[in-house]
Design a protein around this ligand. Structure first.
Ligand SMILES: [Zn+2]
Length: 293
């Protein structure tokens, strides 16, 4: 099947406050439909900024858009993760009642596996809300906001993907998505997507640019010094993790991500079954929706 026409769920997208950056929402939805994106999971910023302001929709912006544009939009509520304004079980319950289907973890001042966050993870597990975790890094020093940067304490150490291992052990039915494939810590994500059926990943990031695609392939391709039968999962180890990967775009539109995704999947000899899981069925399963045949 041609990659453009495959049914898709975008597990990781954002709506932007400034429409000049990507076009207004009706225009964007038309573009998604051209790429057969049936659902767009919108990761929202939390109501209390806990890192640099990315200029994306906060929870309340999303709820207003959802009223107008309906089914295609699926909300992942941004959770407040700073100890000064930390969300708890009641907040997660409220997000679910408002219609959010998942949560977005970003800008955490404490490590993801810290006990302080356990009431959030426990409630999400109980309410069957998958959580998309920003994993990898937050970039360099924010020189324009040094004091704020220190206060937010959002650093790579706190969002290392390996923190998801402790969460997976404690909340074994909680579905999690390691966004950006953990960045430079991709091997942690490959280990967890192999061992935990509840840990998923997307490989968004770097605006789908050349540097990012090279980093992904360096982590996913087999050792260049060894002969590899690419169809044997015991030799081409990526095949043991790929079944847990999901299609996402982060900020770019699907036209930027379908081509590179397809190239990576083909390079790694992904089967038809893996592709269906990637573009649609993994996300559908996490969200309790019907899968495509
Ligand atoms: Zn994102």
């Amino acid at each position: 099947m041609n990659a453009k026409s495959r049914p898709k769920i975008n597990i990781h997208g954002h709506l932007l406050l400034d429409p000049a950056r990507k076009g207004d929402l009706p225009t964007r939805i038309k573009r998604w439909e051209e790429w057969n994106v049936r659902y767009f999971c919108c990761s929202c910023a939390s109501s209390r900024p806990s890192s640099r302001l990315p200029g994306v929709f906060e929870n309340h912006h999303f709820l207003a858009a959802k009223k107008e544009y309906g089914d295609i939009l699926i909300g992942f509520a941004g959770i407040n993760m700073h100890p000064d304004h930390l969300d708890g079980a009641a907040d997660v319950e409220r997000y679910r009642e408002q219609g959010f289907r998942g949560l977005k973890a970003y800008g955490n001042a404490l490590p993801y596996s810290h006990d302080a966050y356990f009431p959030i993870w426990e409630t999400a597990e109980r309410l069957k809300m998958p959580i998309l975790f920003h994993t990898g890094a937050f970039g360099g020093v924010d020189w324009d906001h040094l004091e704020l940067d220190r206060y937010h304490n959002a650093c790579a150490m706190n969002c290392l993907p390996l923190h998801l291992d402790r969460i997976a052990h404690n909340f074994p039915r909680l579905n999690m998505i390691a966004a950006h494939m953990g960045g430079y810590w991709a091997s942690d994500v490959l280990f967890m997507t192999r061992y935990f059926k509840t840990v998923f990943a997307d490989w968004t990031g770097g605006s789908a640019g050349k540097t990012h695609i090279r980093l992904l392939l360096s982590a996913l391709l087999p050792h260049p010094g060894l002969e590899t039968d690419m169809d044997d999962p015991e030799q081409n180890l990526a095949l043991q993790s790929l079944p847990q990967f999901c299609f996402g775009t982060d900020n770019p539109e699907p036209d930027r991500w379908v081509g590179p995704s397809e190239m990576i999947l083909d390079r790694l000899h992904a089967t038809e079954e893996i592709k269906k899981r990637f573009y649609y069925n993994n996300a559908a399963r996490m969200l309790g929706m019907e899968e495509v045949a």
